[in-house]
Design a protein around this ligand. Structure first.
Ligand SMILES: Cc1ncc(COP(=O)(O)O)c(C=O)c1O
Length: 345
């Protein structure tokens, strides 16, 4: 079953090797480990993502260097990378967020010029393409997550590492299975994907396009005239998440509380308590802070977050306010949300 799923994802991503592992965090961790990244090394990462994008760096003993994001795309900002790169920078992790894709053309060139390993965190981007290029095919090494909250998931989760380098693939396969080859060649992990998860994931992969269409339709029902993530032309999205931003944190929090909405993510990764005691460096991350303070995730059709009445209420209300615009009609939006909350009929 593991061979089968590896083959399937290799075909989808046009990579030479796809190694199934237990989850996306493990995939990222092993990607750094197999490339010898460790103590004394620095790894650059955008400061707005799920925590695994950064914790994997600390787990291998290297130092995360947090960079700011672009205010429109929420992806890694190249100017910030240029400010933070040093001779210790051994890798850069870039993230495709929310079912969008980071156009990594400049970043890839930058890494090539500086001899820096490019790690592609495609954990949220399975099935996405940008100008026909699949997520998972861009980094020197790339990762997927099949966490139960993802658009395609295992019963308990799952992950995948992708590479074109045979030596790396061979070592990583061994590392994910106690370092076992001829004998126990390396200090390894017990992090293979389970057959049960593999089977579950494969079944979904055969029909994922239907789900994409439903998610797209659900997303497009939202007509908020509020800033949302700017997605590149040429993107085919998996519609993982749909987010909008408000003008201030108190306004966002008000909406979030009334509707019980989720926030991805409510603080830049570097601002979590764990980094008080873990070595790191960071740029001024003004955009990462601003987006964290003002973003909210709208419910969309998803097996993990079924369409609920909030969604229906929001959509119906939205059509009554076609002229909502950024800033000027802000009060109206808040009022409308309050009205819905008071009178759900
Ligand atoms: C961007 C990103 N990176 C890494 C991960 C880690 O994946 P997992 O939850 O499978 O460990 C996730 C998802 O949870 C993610 O969204």
């Amino acid at each position: 079953m593991l061979k089968k799923i590896g083959q399937h994802v290799r075909n989808l991503t046009t990579r030479n090797f796809a190694i199934p592992v237990s989850n996306g965090t493990e995939a990222l961790y092993l990607s750094l480990l197999v490339n010898g990244i460790g103590e004394g090394d620095e790894v650059i990462v955008p400061n707005f993502s799920w925590i695994s994008s950064a914790s994997c760096i600390s787990m291998v003993g290297a130092t995360p260097v947090f960079c700011d994001i672009n205010i429109d795309t929420y992806h890694l900002c190249m100017d910030s990378v240029r400010r933070m790169v040093t001779s210790k920078t051994k890798a850069i992790i870039f993230v495709h967020l929310f079912g969008s894709m980071h156009d990594a053309t400049d970043l890839k060139q930058f890494c090539e010029n500086h001899g820096i390993l490019l790690v592609e965190d495609s954990c949220q981007a399975f099935g996405c393409t940008l100008d026909g290029v699949p997520a998972g095919s861009i980094g020197d090494i790339s990762t997927f997550s099949f966490n139960t909250n993802k658009v395609i998931s295992g019963l308990t989760g799952g992950g995948m590492v992708l590479t074109d380098n045979e030596e790396v693939a061979d070592k990583l396969t061994k590392l994910s299975h106690h370092g076992h080859g001829e004998d126990f060649e390396y200090l390894g992990r017990n992090s293979r994907m389970s057959n049960v998860d593999a089977e579950h994931i494969l079944t979904q992969m055969n029909s994922y396009c239907d789900q994409w269409v439903l998610r797209k339709e659900a997303t497009e029902k939202y007509k908020f005239n509020r800033p949302t993530q700017k997605r590149p032309d040429g993107l085919i999205s998996n519609y993982f998440r749909h987010t909008i931003r408000f003008d201030s944190k108190p306004d966002r929090d008000k909406i979030k509380d009334i509707f019980g909405l989720k926030v991805h993510y409510d603080k830049p990764m570097s601002e979590n308590s764990m980094y008080k005691s873990i070595k790191h460096r960071k740029d001024f991350c003004i955009n990462a802070q601003l987006v964290s303070d003002t973003i909210v995730t709208l419910p969309i059709l998803n097996k993990a977050e079924p369409v609920d009445e909030i969604y229906t209420m929001l959509v119906e209300k939205i059509f009554e306010y076609p002229d909502w615009s950024v800033g000027s009609h802000h009060e109206k939006i808040v009022e409308a949300f309050y009205a819905i909350a008071r009178n759900p009929e």
